[in-house]
Design a protein around this ligand. Structure first.
Ligand code: SAM
Ligand code: SF4
Length: 475
């Protein structure tokens, strides 16, 4: 895999800011979008090459409907060719919503006095995790406001608490984090608790807009946030997640800036981000954002396809902020991870009857409120392979998405079989009869397919072991 080698107006160095807004606009305004150029760019991506910013700009500026269709088809082909049909499942768990920042889009902002402030206690975390395990979850992302109370030691403690909960056959095998930026020392403390990915979204890469929507608190420092995942790298956290909150500024600029961030990691650390997230703004209590830059469904689908082509080796995360029909559509263009059974009310998982109507008690409104069981059932129905696999992380193989992408045969040897093993565990422990029948038919079909190109004896043995009650088998 050859990383991007383009150079920019601001040279990439570890821990140094790298965004030049004029340069990003120059790329966009100079884009050439004739048909043959677009086709060549798509071919380049399909050959698993990183695209330059000029090339990404060309895709972004393309408006001809039939060319946009080609871009989407390209992303679909790339996803199918490189990653196949697996979709990794996770759930967010909000640990605390106290916050000293004043992000104008967020229901947790400090000036929102209507918000009920809650930090889950040790025993409340255990209750939430037990409920999540009872649904079948194995991977969580813990979410925190930014507050002096949420120190690195506090965060590390909550991670350890989550890992300690073993309930019936349930356990959480990978804990990711979405929390405020830390110092190198702080990141180190959190890493020691055994986290997977540390996610921090820049929200917007446009400094002026950033200032407007983050008027106070630590988060108002654009460069501090921009370099935060460099500090994570310095602390040894090499699985990091980046993202933009779409709807704050022009989506075309933000897509280029996201790719610029990827290029910064590649240049400064010889590693790319583990995941890219692309949340769109949802309604939130006391939200103060005008709708000038809201992203249409059409542009949203297009931008997901462009990101897939631009950075073919990262995981792409799509959350329940989006309604089910958009999730169904966008899944095709390169998404690798989704949440299921999401409840972002503080303490909401153990109170199954709580509704998402009361915005006062959550950060924003989610649109896909289906249970994990419903999401899994639909995935199988549509021929996707639901996966709770955590094997790479637990075998010390960091950068799993990168390996899937770059190591020949990796998916066939590890990811596919491991996904099927976690699927069988889910079916045995949590599925209803209908999903069980569909799920095992799917597994049998996939094992047969695999058997045409590799020895599947061990896989068959392990699937049988799972039926007898053995758990946590992986390659
Ligand atoms: N407090 C930390 C921070 O701001 O980075 C961590 C978690 S914050 C609770 C998680 C993410 O939620 C933010 O980075 C932001 O992108 C997203 N978010 C905030 N308000 C939102 C809204 N109204 N709609 C959709 N996403 C939102
Ligand atoms: Fe606080 Fe994060 Fe919400 Fe901003 S986005 S107000 S930092 S919780």
């Amino acid at each position: 895999m050859v990383y991007n080698t383009q150079t920019y107006s601001i040279a990439d160095e570890p821990m140094k800011p790298f965004i030049d807004p004029n340069e990003i606009w120059d790329f966009l305004n100079g884009a050439e979008t004739d048909e043959s150029k677009i086709e060549t760019i798509i071919e380049k991506a399909l050959a698993k090459n990183r695209l330059s910013l000029n090339e990404v700009a060309a895709l972004v500026m393309t408006q001809e409907p039939h060319l946009v269709e080609k871009i989407k088809q390209g992303a679909r082909t790339l996803k199918e060719r490189v990653y196949g049909d697996r979709i990794v499942l996770f759930a967010p768990l909000y640990i605390g919503n106290m916050c000293t920042n004043n992000c104008q889009y967020c229901g947790f902002r400090v000036t929102n006095t209507n918000q009920k402030r809650v930090t889950l206690s040790h025993s409340q975390i255990i209750d939430q995790v037990m409920s999540l395990e009872d649904d079948g979850h194995k991977r969580l992302i813990l979410v925190y406001g930014e507050h002096p109370k949420y120190t690195p030691d506090f965060i590390a403690d909550t991670v350890r608490t989550v890992y300690s909960v073993k309930h019936k056959n349930g356990e959480i095998r990978r804990v990711n984090i979405n929390a405020a930026p830390q110092s190198v020392e702080g990141f180190r403390t959190i890493k020691e608790s055994g986290i997977g990915t540390y996610q921090i979204f820049q929200e917007t890469y446009h400094p002026e807009t950033y200032k407007k929507v983050h008027p106070a608190g630590h988060k108002s420092d654009f460069d501090n946030r921009l370099t935060s995942l460099d500090r994570a790298q310095e602390a040894g956290i090499d699985d990091v997640g980046i993202g933009v909150l779409f709807g704050l500024y022009d989506w075309r600029y933000e897509v280029l800036a996201l790719v610029r961030h990827v290029n910064h990691f590649e240049a400064a650390y010889k590693v790319g981000p583990h995941t890219i997230s692309f949340p769109r703004i949802q309604a939130a209590s006391e939200m103060n954002i005008d709708d000038k830059y809201m992203v249409s469904d059409e542009d949203f689908t297009k931008l997901v396809a462009i990101l897939r082509l631009a950075v073919p080796y990262t995981g792409m995360i799509l959350t329940a902020r989006e309604p089910a029909h958009i999730r169904r559509e966008v899944l095709k263009y390169g998404v690798s991870q989704i949440d299921g059974g999401t409840n972002i009310q503080m303490g909401g998982y153990s109170e199954k009857n709580a509704t998402n109507q009361d915005l006062q008690f959550e950060q924003f409104e989610i649109s896909d409120t289906r249970s994990l069981a419903e999401v899994i059932d639909e995935l199988i129905e549509n021929d996707y392979m639901p996966s709770f696999c955590t094997a790479c992380y637990r075998n010390g193989r960091t950068g799993e998405h990168f390996m899937e992408f770059s190591v020949p045969g990796f998916i066939k040897r590890f990811c596919g079989p491991n996904a099927l093993l976690t699927m069988a565990e889910y079916i045995e422990d949590y599925a209803n009869d209908a999903t069980r029948a569909k799920g095992y038919a799917f597994i049998d079909r996939k094992v047969d397919e695999l058997s045409k190109t590799q020895n599947v004896e061990k896989l068959r043995e392990r699937l049988e072991q799972i039926k007898t009650g053995v758990r946590d088998l992986y390659f």
